[in-house]
Design a protein around this ligand. Structure first.
Ligand SMILES: Cc1cc2nc3c(=O)[nH]c(=O)nc-3n(C[C@H](O)[C@H](O)[C@H](O)COP(=O)(O)OP(=O)(O)OC[C@H]3O[C@@H](n4cnc5c(N)ncnc54)[C@H](O)[C@@H]3O)c2cc1C
Ligand code: SF4
Length: 501
């Protein structure tokens, strides 16, 4: 059987494979595909259920229920509370993401070498070679003109008017995006190349097996060697516990359960390292609505279509367009009752443009009763970046002809006109006044050359163990300043290939 879904309480399910991969998202599926192509039997063990794309929910509520981790309720606590959004299903966060594909910038490899002792020699060439392949396999393409939507067109115009040195139409792992603006709910048009529609089925076709609804409790270690994983099935609907499982790994275990879950799985498995859970990082994001006279209809067009990395070094942000569903807009606009309804009546005229911060801040993941507890407080330099990004996106909206903007900064008026821009420039820098969200996560079990500061060595192997590897965002020791999926996948393939070459 190549797919074992929820099993009710009863006899323990025993499976044997050469390699076990924990998690089927960007890092897990990328590593698993390399191992399977090398002829090994691979078992992918995934906490969430297998959802067929035709059954994806159409609403945000449904997506939170069926696809998100913990209904999207995970937060990072610090001077403010920031949602930490991830998926829990076969395909992981690639199912709900926007599929934006950006190669690892060369400066990142140099930074890893300089600050983390990860030898650059051969690494960049290897990751980029894997990224070449992934772009072919996952159909990386420019958002087609017919699917760009008005918001993206306006952003292109604004960037030209403001003389941006770099800006572009996005490249995404999408084969013929139809512009339904529904990436967050999963692509029911089957055009987005999330790992559940390509790499995971490939692993099965090559003799592998997928256990879904199967959260791994721990990696079983015998005298320092990873020999398998254990856990208990969880029903995808009522969340009741099912049968226990043991998946034996003849050759090794790759943990790829995300930057929040991988460190906790390692902690539960008895891995002791002073820096396990440390160096948790993110690209916190925030956005500004532009209010236009003309209808924008951001639900028409690719979820994301335009970006600029021209400000990646200074002030340290990435700019993007983002279509968000009406339910999410309702939670972003202030007030309730008739006041909220009147604000919502402007929906068709709103365009949301966002920025993510190349943040220096590091947080921490702890194990709280078996679950990740994340602490993270934006440092002052990052608060400056956050505010600068909001100022820049507001400027763009006015350049594009918006009659007003909605800055979403507590203490400032709900709407601002073109003459009020300075209010953003000088807005107070307390994090709790701003609405931020974290979708790009890194670290917690980082790789590096120094055994005192890195949980994994530069090959992804967990220090002090045999045959235990980390192949997801948790191994990445810095932020990137660009969207992370391509880097996570390229690095995961690099790690896996080293084991089977
Ligand atoms: C809304 C949104 C939009 C985004 N858009 C983009 C984008 O356009 N481009 C881009 O580059 N990045 C984007 N990202 C980020 C990107 O999707 C993630 O960085 C990437 O998927 C992380 O890969 P990962 O392998 O570390 O984790 P994930 O892809 O999250 O995979 C981890 C998997 O492990 C599973 N798991 C967790 N615990 C266990 C356990 N105990 N046992 C078994 N399995 C477990 C989870 O269910 C999940 O399937 C977006 C993220 C979000 C939330
Ligand atoms: S915008 Fe719609 S068609 Fe395009 S990838 Fe996203 S969900 Fe699929």
């Amino acid at each position: 059987m190549s797919h074992i879904a929820f099993q009710p309480k009863g006899q323990r399910v025993d499976v044997e494979a050469d390699y076990v991969v924990v998690g089927s998202g960007a890092g897990g599926a990328a590593a698993a595909s390399v191992l399977a192509r090398a002829g090994y039997k691979v078992a992918i063990v995934e906490a969430g259920p297998w959802r067929a794309p035709q059954d994806y929910p159409s609403t945000t509520y449904g997506a939170m229920r069926d696809l998100f981790d913990n209904w999207g309720l995970q937060v990072a606590l610090g001077k403010s509370i920031s949602p930490v959004v991830q998926a829990r299903c076969v395909g992981g966060t690639t199912v709900i993401n926007s599929a934006i594909c950006v190669r690892t910038p060369g400066d990142i490899f140099r930074q890893w070498a300089r600050e983390w002792g990860v030898p650059e020699q051969g690494l960049s060439a290897s990751v980029w070679r894997h990224q070449d392949d992934l772009e072919q396999e996952l159909c990386a393409e420019l958002v087609p003109p017919a699917s760009r939507g008005r918001s993206t067109e306006l952003a292109l115009e604004a960037a030209e008017k403001l003389g941006f040195k770099e800006h572009h139409v996005m490249t995404r792992y999408v084969k013929g995006c139809q512009g339904s603006g529904q990436c967050l709910q999963g692509c029911r048009n089957l055009t987005k190349q999330s790992t559940n529609v390509n790499l995971v089925p490939e692993v099965r076709a090559r003799g592998g097996v997928v256990l879904s609804c199967a959260p791994v409790d721990k990696v079983v270690m015998k005298r320092g060697e990873a020999v398998g994983v254990t856990g208990r099935f969880i029903h995808p609907g009522n969340r009741s516990k099912g049968a226990g499982f043991f998946v034996r790994a003849r050759k090794g275990v790759f943990v790829a359960a995300s930057a929040t879950y991988t460190p906790v799985i390692l902690m539960r498995s008895g891995i002791r390292h002073p820096k396990l859970g440390h160096f948790f990082r993110a690209h916190p994001g925030a956005g500004v609505f532009g209010v236009y006279d003309e209808p924008i209809d951001m639900n028409v067009g690719a979820t994301q279509g335009w970006a600029s990395i021209g400000f990646r070094d200074s002030p340290g942000i990435k700019l993007e367009t983002l279509a968000i569903p009406p339910e999410m807009i309702a939670s972003r606009l202030s007030g309730g009752g008739t006041a909220l309804m009147s604000k919502l009546s402007e929906y068709r005229h709103l365009a949301m443009w966002v920025h993510s911060i190349r943040a220096e801040t590091a947080g921490r993941v702890r194990n709280l009763g078996g679950k990740p507890f994340v602490t993270y407080s934006l440092d002052l330099p990052d608060m400056h970046r956050l505010r600068a990004g909001l100022y820049l996106t507001a400027q763009m909206h006015f350049a594009a002809g918006a009659k007003a903007i909605i800055p979403g900064i507590h203490g400032l008026p709900y709407k601002l006109g073109p003459d009020d821009l300075e209010l953003i420039k000088h807005a107070p820098l307390e994090h709790r006044r701003y609405i931020t969200i974290m979708t790009h996560l890194f670290g917690g079990a980082v790789m590096g050359g120094d055994p005192r500061t890195s949980v994994c060595d530069p090959t992804g192997k967990v220090r002090g163990t045999r045959n235990l590897f980390v192949s997801d965002a948790a191994a990445i020791p810095t932020v990137l300043g660009v969207n992370p999926q391509h880097t996570i996948m390229g690095l995961a393939r690099h790690f896996a290939e080293r084991q089977v070459a």
